[in-house]
Design a binder for this molecule. Structure first.
Ligand SMILES: Nc1ncnc2c1ncn2[C@@H]1O[C@H](COP(=O)(O)OP(=O)(O)OP(=O)(O)O)[C@@H](O)[C@H]1O
Length: 263
């Protein structure tokens, strides 16, 4: 049953191209129900980042375009929307590669992600929330972001996105290149952010972590949805175990209950 709640993200039959030759997404249909964590898995080049860019309005910055289909969040069409419109609708992306402003302090980075031009009460509340999630950042408010460790920069990148008080957070590879302890911490934070009421669409190479955090998951393959279903069920399929969890699968298992091929 599709989720028809007003704060759900609905992507329907989406085609996205870069220029004339690269068809990055083909006929993608995906839903992020309000209040959920949804994982998006796929090999390099499958189209995961493209899908997030489509939702956050950053696609055009990468010279991509929607050629068919629709993206709707909370009942509003986001096709062709710019990032400001997406943020106003409650959708914020944390891009891959923890892009923080290295020359600015932790505090300045957070303020840059806030909604107010001044030190508004709303921004202060958002900042307190970030420091509650990431006490390490609270201890380093005046440190230049470029001097933070990789894990701390990832925390700051997530924190900066939270400053806009998103209702839907788009996370692109938050665990990339981090030590196991930090990966575990990022996982806990995703769960906590979700518990506080923010939906999450999570792109992750670390499929084991993503499938543990998510309720529902999609597997993209060369721009198309190859499999989708409850994350726990997907984690039991032969294909996901072999290709994404790196497990030996001695015998072919039938597709688990609840898993759909194709979308
Ligand atoms: N700005 C761009 N211009 C042209 N082609 C692009 C651009 N960005 C992505 N592509 C192409 O679109 C396809 C999907 O790329 P995308 O980055 O969305 O995949 P991905 O699943 O996020 O991969 P990765 O895990 O490597 O980040 C790839 O074939 C890629 O080469």
């Amino acid at each position: 049953m599709p989720d028809v709640s007003p704060e759900a993200l609905h992507i329907q039959d989406l085609d996205v191209s870069y220029g004339q030759s690269v068809r990055a997404l083909r006929g993608v249909t995906l839903t992020v129900p309000a209040g959920s964590v949804v994982a998006l898995l796929g090999a390099n080049g499958a189209g995961k980042s493209t899908l997030l860019r489509t939702v956050s309005g950053t696609l055009r910055m990468h010279r991509g375009a929607i050629t068919a289909g629709s993206v709707e969040y909370a009942g509003r069409k986001l096709n062709g929307a710019d990032p400001v419109t997406a943020v106003r609708a409650g959708v914020v992306q944390v891009p891959e590669g923890r892009r923080v402003f290295g020359a600015l302090t932790v505090d300045e980075n957070l303020r840059a992600g806030g909604l107010g031009l001044h030190r508004s009460r709303r921004d202060n509340a958002a900042r307190d929330r970030v420091f509650g999630l990431f006490p390490r950042l609270a201890e380093r408010t005046n440190q230049r972001a470029g001097l933070l460790s990789g894990g701390e920069q990832q925390m700051l990148a997530i924190g900066r996105a939270l400053m806009a008080a998103p209702k839907l957070l788009l996370l692109d590879e938050p665990s990339l290149g981090l030590a196991p302890q930090m990966v575990a911490r990022i996982g806990e934070v995703v769960t906590e952010i979700n518990r506080q009421g923010t939906s999450v669409l999570l792109v992750e190479q670390n499929a084991a972590m993503a499938l543990e955090l998510a309720g529902h998951a999609y597997v993209l393959e060369v721009g198309e949805v190859r499999l989708s279903g409850p994350a726990a069920e997907l984690a039991r399929t032969d294909e996901v175990r072999r290709l994404y969890l790196g497990e030996e699968t001695p015998r072919q298992e039938p597709v688990a209950a609840g898993v759909e091929k194709g979308r």
